[in-house]
Design a protein. Structure first.
Ligand SMILES: *[C@@H]1O[C@H](CO)[C@@H](O)[C@H](O)[C@H]1NC(C)=O
Ligand SMILES: *[C@@H]1O[C@H](CO)[C@@H](O)[C@H](O)[C@H]1NC(C)=O
Ligand SMILES: *[C@@H]1O[C@H](CO)[C@@H](O)[C@H](O)[C@H]1NC(C)=O
Ligand SMILES: *[C@@H]1O[C@H](CO)[C@@H](O)[C@H](O)[C@H]1NC(C)=O
Ligand SMILES: *[C@@H]1O[C@H](CO)[C@@H](O)[C@H](O)[C@H]1NC(C)=O
Ligand SMILES: *[C@@H]1O[C@H](CO)[C@@H](O)[C@H](O)[C@H]1NC(C)=O
Ligand SMILES: *[C@@H]1O[C@H](CO)[C@@H](O)[C@H](O)[C@H]1NC(C)=O
Length: 408
């Protein structure tokens, strides 16, 4: 065997090892913790453009968002042209993204961030851009060739979206992404159709469990489905409180690396009080939902920024155990206040929510949760240590949530 040949097979072996390591490590690390980022939809709908994205990237630095863990910059519907190229490929809207997506991905990567695009499992996206039904492999190849890191895949598109099961439509893109040669985070957006907590984890790194979130904290007028097992047949936007309530039935089904997505955050978008913003963020964090900011970052108030960058709350979301809190019926009072709890590294976390618009005094024994003897308890929003580690007895304001981190 000649020297050249030996070198060659040695190189082949290294390539094989690297390829193997990449697929094993990449596959698990991609969604090891719930994804954190910013998405254009809640603030800009389908009008997203290059200027907006450039501004967002800057503010990831100046507002300290990157520093606390936000890493994905996600374009939602509207990035694409109304028409495919003459030979059938997706293309960016040339007015909104004059340099195209590949150049944008390079800019995003140069900032140490990751880029996400949006697609749809039907003939059309929700804003009538081309859907990927029948084009899955071609479009996945396009995303990979542009250097895209993340795909949010939606449920609009008329005929096919109503006749083909979501498992089939979303599964086709899963397979296409796997063949694309690039590790692309797959965010399934099936609005909770056909109860994806029983199958979505086999398909996506995250999967939506409800219709879209609205800028309302409690108003349920548009929310057809107020429970998880209601047959959602429409768009059905729901309030923050309604999405939290649905999670009572299903939070236990998610597994690490396959997160239940409660939808993008409305912190900083709606006219929520500070208590409401803290409640919203605390539940998304503790339920291990993706933390995707939906606000216009150029208009973010100091309060909203403080909520979104609270590292103690974020560390609950990004905890190594990846365990969502579950609803504790025995300690809660239906319709008045809610207690949720779950393990985190070094102990457990307890959420106590006053779901009324008026203050309530609540008593809670931590030991009654059966998660271990409390040694020290810190309420994370106030950063206060409880004097008595065994119980909380205090008053919560309108729609306020205390987040107790209990050390055992
Ligand atoms: C590009 O976006 C603009 C602004 O949203 C829109 O008016 C135009 O129709 C789009 N062009 C194409 C080719 O999709
Ligand atoms: C672009 O797409 C629209 C809507 O899908 C269609 O009506 C139009 O004919 C297409 N234009 C071209 C040039 O293909
Ligand atoms: C992008 O959107 C912003 C905000 O809507 C707008 O001010 C700006 O003119 C747009 N830029 C382009 C290139 O379309
Ligand atoms: C609730 O929302 C609906 C529309 O979604 C609106 O018509 C109604 O006025 C709202 N109710 C309250 C009390 O704000
Ligand atoms: C917030 O309140 C202002 C003034 O009351 C109103 O104009 C605006 O539409 C509200 N925004 C939302 C998202 O409800
Ligand atoms: C904004 O919040 C920071 C830290 O939370 C505080 O130091 C600063 O004074 C606040 N600024 C305003 C204008 O409220
Ligand atoms: C909780 O505190 C209130 C006074 O703030 C007191 O009346 C009540 O008895 C306490 N509850 C318990 C169970 O200790």
């Amino acid at each position: 065997m000649g020297r050249d040949h030996q070198l060659f097979s040695c190189r082949l072996a290294i390539v094989a090892i690297l390829t193997f390591a990449r697929s094993v490590l990449g596959g698990t690390s991609l969604a090891h913790k719930p994804q954190m980022g910013w998405n254009a939809w809640n603030a800009f709908k389908a009008t997203v453009n290059y200027t907006i994205v450039q501004d967002v990237m800057e503010r990831f630095d100046t507002l300290g968002l990157k520093e606390v863990g936000y890493e994905y910059v996600l374009l939602d519907d509207g990035w694409a042209s109304y028409n495919r190229t003459s030979d059938g490929y997706l293309q960016a809207n040339a007015t909104s993204f004059p340099k195209g997506i590949e150049a944008l991905a390079q800019e995003v990567h140069a900032k140490g961030l990751k880029l996400g695009l949006y697609g749809d499992s039907g003939h059309y996206t929700c804003a009538w851009r081309p859907g990927s039904w029948g084009y899955e492999e071609r479009d996945a190849q396009t995303f990979a060739s542009w250097g895209v890191d993340y795909l949010k895949y939606d449920n609009c598109g008329g005929f096919q979206s109503l006749t083909e099961a979501p498992q089939v439509r979303f599964g086709a893109m899963k397979n296409a992404l796997a063949l694309s040669g690039r590790d692309i985070f797959y965010s399934v957006c099936g609005w909770g159709y056909q109860f994806p907590w029983h199958w979505g984890g086999d398909i996506g790194h995250s999967y939506r469990m409800s219709g879209d979130i609205t800028t309302s904290f409690t108003n349920e007028t548009e929310c057809q489905c107020k429970t998880a097992y209601c047959l959602n047949t429409g768009y059905a936007g729901c309030s923050v409180l309604s999405i939290i309530n649905k999670m009572k039935e299903i939070s236990q089904y998610q597994t690490q690396g396959h997160w239940l997505d409660m939808d993008m955050l409305e912190v900083g978008n709606a006219n929520f009080t500070l208590n409401q913003q803290q409640t919203h963020f605390a539940f998304w964090a503790a339920l291990k939902s993706p933390l995707i900011i939906g606000a216009d970052l150029s208009k973010l108030s100091n309060d909203s920024l403080g909520v979104l960058t609270n590292t103690a709350i974020i560390s609950v979301n990004q905890d190594v155990l990846g365990e969502p809190v579950t609803y504790r019926k025995a300690q809660s009072k239906e319709g008045l206040f809610q207690v949720w709890a779950g393990n985190v590294e070094g102990g457990y976390v307890v959420l106590l929510l006053n779901e009324k618009s008026y203050p309530q005094t609540v008593f809670l024994s931590f030991a009654s949760l059966g998660l271990g003897a409390p040694q020290q308890v810190i309420e994370l929003w106030s950063e206060k240590t409880l004097q008595d580690a065994n119980t909380f007895n205090g008053t919560l304001g309108s729609y306020q949530t205390h987040v107790f981190r209990v050390q055992t």
